[in-house]
Design a protein around this ligand. Structure first.
Ligand code: CMC
Length: 429
């Protein structure tokens, strides 16, 4: 097997090493290309660029495979909890019982948010999007929890990781309560991570919240499925911003901003808005399919297509099952599920979607589950952000420990004007 790739230009041959991943994926190491040849590579959207070597998550977009630290996501969704999966992603191995217990206790101990931060929450306009609030408040955490010089770097990182995992969930619930003008509910020591979140969201002095174990399970599955997805847009943002050696809060805040976009995490909200638009239009999916296919119409079927998956997203399969289970359990008939199924059926038979390898992605069914749990539409992407935190953290940690670490700084091919002189303002015509 060849260990180098050859690049022939102007009669000269240049050799570049081939890197082979543990699942047989191949890459050409072009890190010396410019130095040796004067060329850079051009790859819009980095669709063909490997920016790092990573041990965390394996995806195969052709076969629909997703594994965290080697374990199939299907097994984790069935048997694990979000906290255990977070531990796996961040530490590389599943915890033994005592490790899991102390991790859960630690998350509980740090789940309160500094009382002075409450003033900030109170002063955002009521209509502010919770993703904007979350990214600002995560960045603000550094001001409230500054570095303590006596702590070792490892202790400082562990403390920051714990605070983030624990407080982001509390902050999300606080922003929801404040947006409703309701009393904030504090986390409770006796509740699990997901149960605590539901309680902080929905408990009220006039209507105590009854925690339903099936909803807790559904939320755990939702978060596990979102926990990591290798070098997606927000994770790439966390790695890029982190490469400037900013603090972890700032890097995670950048990830939250990237996730907000409707082509990424914001798609879960956009899917429901699209299904509601179809419903308001009489429920016929065909005009929407026709628009999505039209070359001059920017409209896309939200919750369809993926940069890596060219088959059914394995997470969408699990989410679809959860969707049926939860609606049946809660005895809810959601007309948006009927529309989603009609849309999926029509799209999967349509040659445009077949030829473009466009299948439902994770976001296609998550909104229906979140609606059934009672999560308001503008909080959907926040739910994704809580789930993606362990992925962002583990990817950031890996990049900080990477012996090949470098400041992220892509190049460009300049296509603008050549040098010209400055013209004083009174001589410009
Ligand atoms: N509806 C209609 N056409 C589509 C869609 C869609 N949802 N997605 C891609 N296409 C077409 C696109 O128009 C293009 O057609 P052509 O080659 O004829 O010009 C072709 O497929 C390739 O599209 P692309 O934008 O170059 O592909 P990409 O890999 O950059 O896009 C994507 C990936 C997720 C941005 C895109 O599929 C999309 O916009 N989907 C809708 C938004 C969405 O559901 N996002 C959630 C992604 S999964 C969760 C996450 O990771 O955040």
């Amino acid at each position: 097997m060849e260990t180098t790739a050859k690049f022939i230009f102007d009669g000269k041959t240049f050799e570049m090493p081939i890197i082979t991943g543990s699942e047989g994926e191949k890459a050409i190491d072009i890190s010396k290309l410019r130095q040796e040849t004067g060329f850079i590579t051009y790859d819009p959207g980095f669709a063909n660029t490997g920016a790092c070597l990573s041990n965390i998550t394996f995806m195969n977009g052709e076969k629909g495979i997703l594994r965290y630290r080697g374990i199939p996501v299907e097994q984790l969704a069935e048997h694990s909890s979000f906290v255990e999966t977070a531990y796996l992603l961040i530490n590389g191995e599943l915890p033994v019982r005592t490790q899991l217990q102390s991790f859960s206790v630690l998350l509980n101990d740090h789940s309160l948010v500094h009382e002075d931060m409450r003033h900030f929450f109170n002063n955002f306009p009521r209509r502010a999007h919770p993703m904007g609030i979350l990214s600002s408040m995560v960045n603000a955490l550094r001001a409230f929890y500054p570095e303590i010089p006596e702590r070792s770097e490892e202790e400082e990182i562990n403390m920051t990781v714990t605070r983030l995992l624990s407080k982001v969930r509390t902050m999300a619930a606080i922003s929801y309560k404040i947006s409703r003008g309701h009393k904030v509910v504090y986390p409770k020591q006796e509740l699990s991570y997901a149960a605590n979140f539901l309680n902080m969201m929905f408990d009220s002095p006039v209507r105590p919240y009854e925690i339903d174990p099936d909803l807790v399970k559904a939320l755990n599955v939702f978060w596990i499925l979102h926990a990591d997805h290798e070098q997606n847009c927000s994770t790439a943002a966390v790695r890029l911003v982190g490469s400037a050696r900013v603090n972890l809060y700032a890097a995670i805040s950048a990830g939250i901003c990237a996730l907000w976009g409707p082509l990424h995490g914001g798609a879960n909200q956009a899917v429901i808005e699209m299904l509601e638009a179809i419903q308001a239009n009489g429920g016929d999916v065909n005009p929407f399919i026709a628009r999505a296919k039209h070359k001059d119409d920017p409209f896309r079927l939200m919750g369809f297509g993926h940069r890596v998956y060219k088959t059914y997203d394995p997470r969408a399969k699990i989410m679809k099952e959860q969707c049926y289970k939860i609606l049946e359990k809660l005895k809810i008939h959601d007309p948006l599920l009927d529309i989603a199924m009609k849309l999926e059926e029509a799209a999967l038979k349509d040659s445009y979607f077949i030829d473009h390898y466009l299948y439902p992605n994770l976001d296609f069914y998550t909104g229906i589950v979140l609606r059934a749990i009672g999560i308001p539409l503008n909080m959907f992407t926040v739910m994704f952000a809580i789930g993606r935190l362990p992925g962002w953290i583990s990817q950031w940690k890996e990049s900080m420990e990477d012996p090949h670490w470098k400041l992220h700084r892509p190049r460009q091919v300049y296509t603008g004007l050549n040098q010209r002189d400055y013209i004083p303002i009174d001589q410009r015509g």
